[in-house]
Design a protein. Sequence first.
Lengths: 231, 487
Amino acid sequence: MIQVQNLSKSYNGIAVLKIDSLEIPKGQSFGLVGNNGAGKTTFFSLLLDLIQPSTGNIINNDVQVNVSENWKPFTSSFLDESFLIGYLTPEEYFYFIGDLRNQNKADVDALLVKHDEFFNGEILKNKKYLRDLSKGNQKKVGIIATLIGNPEVVILDEPFANLDPTTVSRLKKIIRELAGNPDVTVLVSSHDLQHTVEVCDRIVVLNKGEIVKDIQTSPETLQELETFFAV
Amino acid sequence: MIRKFLYLEWKAFIRSASFGTNLALKILLGFVSILYAFILLMAGIGAFYGLKKMNLDPLQQVNKFLIYYFLIDLGIRLLLQKIPVMNIRPLLALPFKRPTIVNFSIGKTLLSFFNFLHVFFFLPFTIILLIEGYDVVSVIFWHLAMMSLVYSNNFLNIILTNKDNVFAIFIAIVLVLGGFQYYHYFDITTYTSVFFDGLFNTKWMFLFPVLALAGLYSYTFNYLKNNLYLDAGLSTKHEIAKTENLTWLNQFGTLGTFLKNDIKLIKRNKRSRTTVVMSLLFLFYGLIFFRENSHQPEVMRIFAGIFVSGGFLFTFGQFVPSWDSSYYPLMMTQNISYKGYLSSKWWLVVIATFISTILASFYLFYGWQVYLTIVVGAIYNIGVNSHLVLLGGAFTKTPIDLAMSKGAFGDKKAFNTNTMLLSLPKLLLPVLLYWAGSSIMNPNLGLVFVAIAGVLGFALRDKVFTLIEKIYRTEKYKTIDAYKQKS
């Protein structure tokens, strides 16, 4: 589904990301872990054409992302709060995204009902604009919005951060369900090794911009990662 | 302590993403300021002898019109002078005393050119009064009173900016007073000149404005200090939100989706709401030029014609895509084509221009020629300026932080000096065309020229859009990067 070739990004001659080759097959749930500054967000930003690569390219479902915009219809993402429109209510935001993804109101409503538990009664019909919601609740809105319109690629940057423990476990359920769908490729980045191991089939460790580990998840994976990061 | 603040201010200025634009605007602004300072300086020197020649007592005449001087000054300040904007949140938990933070914010406004400007008028005028043998003590007290009033206006501006629609009410008052005076119904100056003369004649009366200034200072100080909490002036007021579906716009497809969003954007943020109020004020701009005994040169008529229908274009259109700056990455990753995004903004501007033109039909009262000028201006706005604002938008990388602009310390002035400076180039070409037509034959040919330019622009719409789209695409990464910086 996603092919990366000779990808690098450098600022003022200092490389912050360098991936020679990476292939993410369709349907995989892909976890990206690493310390701060490892290049996780940089990789996702490149994948979404928010920044330009210094060399190489990323091909998302046969579309080279920095050349054509045709990856947009099947890719959805939530990186940070700049993906939210502050002056809309959550409902309006969902319908707006729905409109853009050719979903009618009924489709969106059905999705919202399905994730009612995840919202925990704090999102819908609360008479608040998105800008007035807490960070955690904003994140819930952003994450559910990525599910609108049956995307084939879902990209979530640090989805577990800022969420309360109950919501984290509900989110893991949602991601596992997504990962179970053979048509959906999920990309998740996180600092939290345990959560990532629980929801991903494959884990790639980035360190200072380079891939240092690439493992298929097994019962020993968590131990292996913890040993790697314990210095 | 103050040095630390100055250091922060300086860094904020030179490290801002829009540093280049800011600097250019500041330099241009410098020239404009010098021009105005010069005009006032000439007025300050000339007023005395000019009035003397007309056998009037200069001081009394000046005192008579001071009420309008200060009212107009306050009006201009409400419109243009920015109130202190500082990135205060990170300072709260640091060892800065709250009064220091507030005083620095206030101090920043005191140094504003809007205060400084008046020295150019009052200082020479005062010196001449002294030279001409007016009582020294009285003159100095009078001067002190004037300066106090200037600074009182500075504080009034800070206090009033936080109230909704003060500007519109204010303009209405000045217009009514001025109108009454013009038609001799009621002359407010007969009452106020007693006060202003008193400032000179009665030795202790200068204490009134000085005390007023002190009072306003302490009010502003307390007001800002009490608002220096995360849940007060620094917070965003939590409004009761109502979900609106605006389903009637669904029939326009993608365009409707964006229009829905833009309507909500305008309705729910103070800064964008004010733009609409401002564009209504633009409607009346033509009254200055189209009066029968107007002293403005003929070519300026087209200038006015363009302004009347272009209010929304200048106040809102010029800041596309900055209005969407806080969620620009979303727009760039959603299933949206640049073309769809741009054309929805274009339509918004066109619809607003169209409505303005209809509303401006009251100019028919001044004759067909005048309304024709406005219609031609609208054609030019739709055909050429609407594209120019979108084109300019690709390079205006100043983010607009909608959420932050609500507290007591936020910047919420929709129309500022930047808007004005950005507007001027858009008026140059039509004025030239009109002038060419008028010189070759008559104003009608000038109108024809301007209209042709507009129609041509409209006809080439698709080509222009492709070009603009290309520019947006190349500027995309820089824009995303610039919008990441808040304020």
